[in-house]
Design a protein around this ligand. Sequence first.
Ligand code: 4AD
Ligand code: MG
Length: 430
Amino acid sequence: MKTTIGQVHKFVGEQVTIGAWIANKRSSGKIAFLQLRDGSGFIQGVVVKAEVEEAIFETAKGLTQETSVYVTGTVQEDTRSSFGYELHVTNIEVIHASVDFPITPKEHGTEFLMDNRHLWLRSRRQHAVMKIRNEIIRATYEFFNENGFTKIDPPILTGSAPEGTTELFATKYFDEDAYLSQSGQLYMEAAAMALGKVFSFGPTFRAEKSKTRRHLIEFWMIEPEMAFVEFDENLEVQEQYVSHVVQSVLKNCTLELERLGRDTSKLEQIQAPFPRISYDDAITFLKEKGFDDIEWGDDFGAPHETAIAEAYDKPVFITHYPTGLKPFYMQPHPERDDVVLCADLIAPEGYGEIIGGSERIHDMELLEQRMKEHDLPHEAYKWYLELRQYGSVPHSGFGLGLERTVAWISGVEHVRESIPFPRLLNRLYP
Ligand code: 4AD
Ligand code: MG
């Protein structure tokens, strides 16, 4: 029976054939241990000299890392491994012998691994991270579909810039100027007026000259937008969504979390509700903590966010930032015009901001005034303003950065490992 490693639990005691690669191998004169991987999982294959034909044992001993094989054997339970099964090999058919695979089980430097990202993806660690990424995406669709949201796909080539004009990737759209999308938000607002509750999931681009463990040039964002939803309700959706994602990974990715050495007790605590702290109080808190460099009106840097996050064992919302720090579209506080109805969600353990969100301005005149203050060209945003002309309603939404969320839940240090092919400041290849 031809099967995959992911399915062997259905064939205990039976003979199966699996197409696989040799991840690693140990052998002595009498026995060979093959670490097999096929993408669906990892299993140990045991080849006992006394039990197989001479030629098969010789083949096993000569297998090199990443050689592709069809391997046949009997599935046995193996309580010593966390996977729980082992393959007692009876036959090996080499498909293609791999020579000098560059990524050996020894330690390699980051630049070398990044240059070989197309091959590094095959490692156990990267496999685990990609599986967790996939589970987060699956749980995202599950959450929003179960809660009455419709998936909407905003364009990638756009004429407008929601998050400020300094970080745009400009390109030509025949004779016109266009930009790669920084955020689908403005289109999602239009969609929310048509479908009520919507969410998007797609690539976004920021020509940010930041070289940090949290910044990618190309990253994937989940952007929900909701009509008739105000500031507080928006935060409730966010905490429920993030809790659902974390709990789904805990439930469905136990092997992967174990392989990454993730402290899962920290993730188990991630249940709604999440704490909230105002920007004002965060400034006071930071001053008390000895940050003398920060003043009201300043944006938070990574050390500030980390210090705030360390005060909690769950993600924390920082709410009501100064108007001047945030984009043009945010609804002002009803009693104060110096802050807006927004919140950033800061992940625990130093992973930084994973969500930015707000209530949106729904008054036409105020929005027009803000656009003037931000020097935004009227023509390009005419359609966006028109959303306020025909039955305008309070509405709110947010954007969750997928890679930062993957990095946090997986416990990997840098976002470059949380996307298959990262686009970084100095990296367009592979
Ligand atoms: O805070 P941001 O810029 O918010 C927006 O784009 C809103 N228009 C979203 C919305 O309300 N619909 O980005 C949202 C999130 C951040 O919290 C962060 O997780 C992630 O996107 N992000 C990045 N991730 C990796 N690399 C970068 N350069 C990122 N910039 C933002
Ligand atoms: Mg932000």
